[in-house]
Design a protein around this ligand. Structure first.
Ligand SMILES: Cc1cc2nc3c(=O)[nH]c(=O)nc-3n(C[C@H](O)[C@H](O)[C@H](O)COP(=O)(O)OP(=O)(O)OC[C@H]3O[C@@H](n4cnc5c(N)ncnc54)[C@H](O)[C@@H]3O)c2cc1C
Ligand code: SF4
Length: 497
């Protein structure tokens, strides 16, 4: 008898390698997975909708028997009931891998990423520091992307990042981001909604019409619309944060990429083709390609190489503040971004890193709590993407293996790169007193608490020199404001290491 292909919710590739020669295809919707704390309602929706659309397509194709186990008590139990041998693609999460291995499934290599964990490990071998930029340049050469006739970088530079950090104050008045592509919900979505109401009524976040692509056709439409309408402006405004413009010029492609319905190389090639045909500035095409060919592949490889389980280089042990679940803190940047996450399951990269991640870093929240929240509260969450991004990049839990310095910033950064501060009761330029921006006080308190750890890091030399010039009375006032700020978030005072 032929085998049963097990298709997991984040591996909805139409060319799924386990389908080859399969007699049956098994989709399991596990209830405990749906009932995890902090899981966003819209996250649960896109995964179930994606699985059910794929199952319906296979059933309509008529070449294979399709079995859907909905509201299953676990992933393991339906596997144990399968009559034939099981074959699955190598999973994207260690937990799923362990369950499949225990069930005796044969794991075949997944084709979802362009760089396998083994290939990444070979690249990392012997390197003291895993610099994303080195990896990215190699990826450009390997796939022949944005190279000139001599094999050098198109335009003479590998990276146009410095041109891609324009603050919102430079944004022309009449520049409005076009509405992103949006799918039409169908009967499958309606059924998913009913099932979630029945089986997982306590999910976090608001329910709303589906905004993200979950099938290859939808992903193709979303990609085309992004390339035509939003990519031209993606580069310059990549880091800008504008209240009321949650998507700005971002692609919204992380959901279809992470579900496996959009091939990363298709997205990269589409951006390159748009540049070569003359419609797109190089800085935008390169900026977008770097995110996918560089960052996405890099964090996936780094996850399987290091896992970062339990990493906590800064000894941070505070629990997740209630403000991350919707309690109002009075900090306009934080409340606005968390409200957006609750509404849409989405915030763009700089909001995730420099508002959410920065707040967690400065207040000393335990990296594992941060990883769990990020992995569940967003529509595109996944363990492989979260440990390197949240624990490694945002919280410096790996002690600097991914980044050369902590991504710590005070209110001045948020003030420059966003329009949040204008609507806030605090003053980003102040770091002491009741009107002072909590992030500004927390920033200097963070540098102060970790001064010994950061000493010797060349990139921290300037803030450490500035810290040394703060007079003791002002430093005491900063510490007092930082303690108040932590109290505003319900976090107890942090102690020095
Ligand atoms: C603390 C933190 C948490 C994050 N959580 C997630 C997450 O749960 N899921 C997720 O897919 N990404 C995550 N990211 C990475 C990135 O922020 C999102 O991929 C991006 O914001 C998704 O929106 P978009 O599709 O509009 O992206 P765009 O800004 O349009 O970027 C294009 C694509 O590049 C890829 N990309 C860019 N940066 C990264 C990165 N650092 N890691 C992985 N992929 C990247 C994504 O696939 C994204 O769709 C996180 C980053 C940080 C700092
Ligand atoms: S003043 Fe501080 S808390 Fe308020 S929005 Fe600006 S950075 Fe955030």
């Amino acid at each position: 008898m032929g085998h049963t292909a097990v298709v997991l919710g984040d591996q909805l590739l139409r060319g799924h390698p386990a389908l080859d020669g399969a007699e049956r295809v098994l989709f399991v919707e596990s209830l405990p997975m749906l009932r995890r704390r902090w899981l966003h309602r819209q996250r649960a929706h896109v995964v179930l909708s994606g699985m059910r659309h794929f199952a319906a397509e296979l059933r309509a194709g008529g070449n294979v028997e399709v079995v859907e186990r909905r509201a299953a008590p676990s992933l393991a139990s339906p596997l144990a009931e399968e009559p034939g041998p099981l074959v699955a693609a190598s999973p994207n999460a260690p937990g799923a891998r362990a369950v499949l291995e225990r069930a005796g499934a044969r794991l075949v290599p997944s084709t979802q990423f362009l760089t396998s964990p083994d290939a990444f490990a070979a690249w990392a071998e012997g390197r003291r520091r895993l610099k994303m930029e080195d990896f990215y340049r190699e990826q450009r050469r390997r796939f022949g992307v944005l190279l000139d006739a001599d094999g050098g970088p198109e335009g003479g530079q590998w990276n146009y990042d410095p041109e891609n950090r324009r603050p919102p104050r430079d944004m022309p008045e009449d520049l409005r981001p076009p509405e992103p592509w949006c799918p039409q919900e169908d009967d499958i979505d309606a059924e998913v909604r009913c099932d979630l109401d029945a089986h997982a009524p306590d999910l976090w976040g608001r329910d709303a019409p589906r905004r993200f692509a979950v099938t290859p056709d939808e992903a193709d439409a979303a990609l085309r619309s992004f390339i035509d309408d939003r990519l031209p402006q993606f580069g310059p405004w990549q880091d800008a944060m504008v209240p009321g413009e949650p998507w700005l010029f971002h692609s919204l492609l992380s959901v279809p990429l992470n579900l496996g319905v959009l091939d990363p190389l298709d997205a990269v090639r589409a951006a390159e083709a748009a540049y070569r045909s003359g419609g797109i500035p190089l800085q935008s095409a390169e900026g977008f390609i770097r995110q996918i060919l560089g960052w996405r592949e890099y964090v996936h490889g780094a996850f399987w190489l290091r896992h970062l389980d339990g990493a906590n280089a800064l000894d941070a042990h505070a629990p997740l503040p209630g403000a991350f679940l919707g309690e109002q803190s009075g900090w306009n940047c934080l409340d606005s971004v968390v409200d957006g996450v609750r509404e849409r399951g989405y915030a763009h990269h700089i909001e995730r890193l420099m508002v959410l991640g920065n707040t967690l870093l400065l207040t000393g929240v335990d990296p594992q709590d941060a990883v769990d929240w990020f992995a569940r509260a967003f529509v595109d969450g996944a363990p492989w993407v979260m440990a390197p991004n949240a624990a490694g990049m945002a919280l410096y839990a790996d002690g600097g293996q991914m980044t050369t310095k902590p991504y710590a910033a005070g209110g001045n950064y948020v003030n420059r790169m966003s329009r949040f501060c204008g609507g806030c009761r605090y003053d980003p330029k102040e770091r002491t007193g009741p009107e002072a921006c909590p992030l500004s006080a927390l920033y200097w308190d963070f540098i102060d608490r970790h001064r010994e750890r950061l000493d010797g890091n060349r990139r921290m030399a300037m803030p450490l020199r500035s810290l040394a010039k703060i007079d003791p009375a002002e430093l005491d006032a900063i510490r007092a404001r930082a303690n108040d700020a932590r109290a505003e978030l319900g976090v107890r005072p942090a102690s020095s290491p």
